[in-house]
Write a protein that binds this ligand. Structure first.
Ligand code: UGA
Length: 441
């Protein structure tokens, strides 16, 4: 029998994607959350997260009777009349003091369900947590008849449903082999390579993978800087590298530095995990430092373009920021390089106006303080001394650049994503600067 009775506790971006996708595979899923309003909206098929395909899966799951929503983890368990077989924990586990995960939300759920969990069921941790958390969870639970496993997620924001349903791999770790196999079997219809291991190894896979991706990006950003110094072009260099199958073509685009809710947090956590194990992870430290430097480097580029001097003051300069989210396809501002760069520009005296397709001009967010939000790119660019592309929204590519040349005070475009066609901009009379490009400043 393939279909299982599953409870998913926590309906954030990981929990909701997990619940809706598992239901779409044929399982019977109840998702629980403490937020009553959110559950009410989800019952009506309303999804707050900007994630392609997720609303459709929620609506389909509700209609098929395979997906339901309830307030409270214990209630979710009780609603599976024949007893729940697998419980996914998808609650927040923020990094606490000294790199130890703050497991208070997990503990609260365990306290709630400890006496309701049927004997023989499996708990699955999907959150990114320090190595040792599955074992710690088992201790906190204190039930020898319930196994705890770790099953890290590899979902990119903006592509979570696609990544869930077309995984590169499934990783499940647990001390009880049969429990890990049962969890892996939930995904068998996806036909992905499966790694079964102990819980510590599964937990480390997630950090090691995100750390590697961050290191790859820092490497590319450093090579882009070298390109600028040597008069080479990063697009040709990365293309030349990418045909080597050991390197591949993904994650080779230089940019304003990597950000988001995962890579910065996980690379820091990896340093702390290593530190706690008395290992100085210098490569990871260098990758993080390179990333910090990359943001400053973008600011220097902007100062040079506007004032002719890398340290020039931006007082009396109006800088238009195109894109504020940490990447295209999401409305997430967490650890967005655009906002770090915006803060540095403000410190240098610039007046900032921003436009992002995912953020209506009415958006109010503490991180956007000091940035005047415009209704569209043209409004943002009017009278600006410089335009800075910070997020790779495809629509920026097809803006009417000759019109923009007429709107802008002066005509400098700094493209931190190498998104635009430099020739088109130059023909429109604009000065274009990319990252690691031959004509870059
Ligand atoms: C990342 C990982 O890619 C996922 O595999 C992982 O599951 C997820 O973290 C997580 O831990 O949950 P995500 O943070 O959604 O996913 O975003 P990415 O698409 O990986 O982008 C991360 C950052 O790298 C962004 O700031 C992006 O703009 C930047 N980036 C990415 C580049 O600068 N260049 C590239 O070529 C690719």
């Amino acid at each position: 029998m393939f279909a299982r009775r599953i409870a998913v506790v926590g309906t954030g971006y990981v929990g909701l994607t997990t619940g809706a996708c598992l239901a779409s595979l044929g399982h019977h899923v109840i998702c629980a959350d403490v937020d009553e309003d959110k559950i009410r909206r989800l019952r009506d098929g309303k999804v707050d997260i900007l994630e392609p395909g997720l609303s459709e899966l929620v609506v389909e799951g509700l209609a098929a009777g395979r997906l339901s929503f309830t307030v409270g983890a214990a209630v979710a368990l009780e609603q599976h009349a024949e007893g729940v077989e697998v419980v996914f924990l998808c609650v927040p586990t923020p990094m606490g003091v000294g790199g130890v995960a703050d497991l208070r939300a997990v503990e609260a759920v365990l306290d709630e369900i400890r006496d309701t969990l049927p004997s023989g069921c499996v708990i699955v941790n999907k959150s990114t947590v320090p190595v040792g958390t599955a074992v710690r969870t088992a201790e906190l639970l204190g039930r020898s008849d319930v196994a705890v496993t770790s099953n890290p997620e590899f979902l990119r924001e903006g592509a979570a449903v696609r990544d869930f349903l077309n995984p590169d791999r499934i990783v499940v770790g647990g001390e009880a082999q049969d429990a890990a196999e049962r969890v892996a079997a939930l995904y068998s219809r996806l036909g992905a390579p499966t790694v079964l291991t102990d819980s510590a190894s599964a937990e480390l896979v997630k950090y090691a993978a995100n750390g590697f991706l961050a290191m790859k990006l820092s490497y590319v950003n450093a090579v882009a800087e070298l390109c600028e110094r040597l008069g080479a072009d990063i697009l040709d260099v990365t293309e030349g590298m990418s045909y080597d199958r050991r390197i591949g073509r993904e994650f080779l685009n230089p940019g304003p530095g990597w950000g988001g809710s995962c890579l910065p947090k996980d690379t820091q956590a990896l340093l702390q995990v290593a530190d706690a194990a008395d290992f100085e992870f210098r490569l990871m430290r260098a990758s993080i430092d390179t990333n910090t430097r990359q943001r400053q480097r973008m600011v220097d580029k902007i100062r040079l373009a506007v004032t002719g001097n890398r340290n020039g003051s931006l007082s009396h300069s109006r800088v238009a920021l195109l894109g504020l989210t940490f990447k295209a396809g999401t409305n997430d501002l967490r650890d967005s390089p655009a906002l770090v760069i915006a803060a540095l520009l403000r410190q240098a005296g610039a007046e900032l106006v921003g436009y992002d397709p995912a953020l209506p001009a009415s958006t109010s967010h503490p991180d956007l303080e000091g940035i005047e939000l415009a209704v569209d790119a043209y409004a943002a660019l009017a009278q600006a001394d410089a335009a800075v592309v910070l997020t790779e929204w495809p629509e920026f590519r097809t803006l009417d650049w000759p019109r923009i040349a007429g709107l802008m005070g002066t005509a400098r475009v700094i493209d931190t994503r190498n998104l635009l066609d430099g020739d088109v901009l130059t023909r429109a009379g604009l000065t274009w600067t990319g990252v690691g490009r031959r004509q870059a400043v």
